[in-house]
Design a protein. Sequence first.
Lengths: 176, 447
Amino acid sequence: MTMERATPSPRAREAESPVLDWNQIYLELAPRVYNYFRYRLGQEREVEDLTSRTFEKAWAARDRYRRDLAGFSTWLFKIAQNLIIDHFRSQRNQVSIEHAINVPASDITANDLERQSDLSRLALLTRVLPERDRELVALKYGAEMSNRDIARLTGLSESNVGSILHRLVQTLRAQW
Amino acid sequence: MTMNDDFLHRIRIEPPRYFIADLKTRLDQTAKDQTRRLSMQFRGLIMGGLIAGAALATGLFAARILHPLPLDGNSPSLMAPSIVGNQPPRLRSQPSTTSDVAEAPSGKSSGADKTGRLGIGASVAVAAHIKAATGYMNRNLNLYPQFAEPTVSMMSSNAVFASLCGAGGDSIGAAVVDRRIFPSELDVCHRLGKRIAELKIGYEAIALVRSGLYDAPKLGVRSLFLALAREVPDPLNPGELIRNPNTTWDQVDSSLPNEHIDVSGPPLSGATGIALRELILKPGCSTFPTIAALKETNPERFKDVCGAIRADGVYQIREGSRNAGNNPSDFTDYLNANPQAIALLGYQERTLRAWNLAAASIDGVAPSPSAIRSGSYPGARAIYIYADTAVSHMRDFVLAVWSSVGNPPGDALTDTTLMSVDSDEERGLWKQVLTLPELKLQREEER
């Protein structure tokens, strides 16, 4: 082993293990988690509450991920997945069609309204899909995760994720 | 619209600004609490150690009193054979009792002013937002003592920057203004060692509206000045100013209809009234060369002519007015029943939609978020906050003000003229909001 290998320069060490900028991470991940819940719920109600709870849980132990953004992001979405499972469990037998109808927030624009109505329609179409497929749609398009990250989170293979999503989009397009 | 990958991505929206700011504040608080808890635990550990050490020392001392060691200090088992015989005992020198603990320096806290209240200078009416921001901080940050509501002083933008940099009158900790700071003004701050951060917090915009049952009026800054100012140039002798005689719109502009000038709005001392004078009347009166010349020769007179609105009933104060009170239903009923009636409002897109109002175009540009943000609508301007970053809680305060601008306090009919930056701008500004980096300007940016 050479001396250079044994004691990497401070610059090299920094490049390998940068200290995470939590402000930046929050700004990057908050919209993704928020939209993950929107896609999962198909509506705006309770999205803010679930997003808040996800971040509050994650922030309480974020120091464990001081130098590992990929690990933190996966862990964050794992928390989000668990929360949505708990949410559906507690809401079982209470879900009604009204949940698919949006109550517009006071400060949303016309574009937002259009997007919300598209989201409601998407929710009606995905309602008949298996739980796993709905989760994949939310992770891919709401959370904007790569197939590789989805594979890591769901335990599926990366190619499997790609082919399932391809088939799902075709199915949704046919019904749209 | 075709359902495909792109479409599925486009259903995403940006989370509401108030939500992102609220959650961020809570998370920051959680992080602070955690640090405090860890620090307490560490201190507890140290204290425990000290107590245990003291107890041990006391125990040893007591044991020594009760069971004195041989006077030569050696334990019996280790006692060296004496070669001197019965020598008198040697007394050991006592250890030094001087404490090695240094006193903590008694430094002074920086940031807060003498009264503990943050001073804000503003060239824009923002009192309602400052009040909302104070409430937001006290509700969300668990501050003790509570964050005192800042004092807001209205002044010109030149005076605001002079105060911010401590060069004139009372010093302030933050400024809300309708223009960017000049490099020369910033230099003054730097020379005094102040670190100033800049943030665009949104736009100030007003609208003149009519009921949506009728066509939107087409007005201009010049015609509005001639319709609403207290004094206007004499048509027969433009060098002279006379009491405003105009009562119909075609008298101020022949292309406008022969309808009574009937404009109502909030009290002129409020945000909307100030914005009307600054954004519409002043540019309108400056289109008359004789009045524009007063700016150099007689600034006080210029201010008086361009800022005074007629009080002969053509402009009706909405507050307390029987026809158009503060009740939205009375207000819209009045506009619906009076096709010629025009109302002055702080521009809020959702209010126009909700109440079915048609906003007047001014000099050919109708108000819209895009026209306001691009700067093409004359009734709007960008608003900035400048903050002395050394003042305590400044980052939280700026975040709170920023959040409040995105969510106007109370009903939209209250005197609110500010609207937030759009989501594209917002994305670029978030980092600044959260970190308040020091502003540095190049010389060539001046004017």
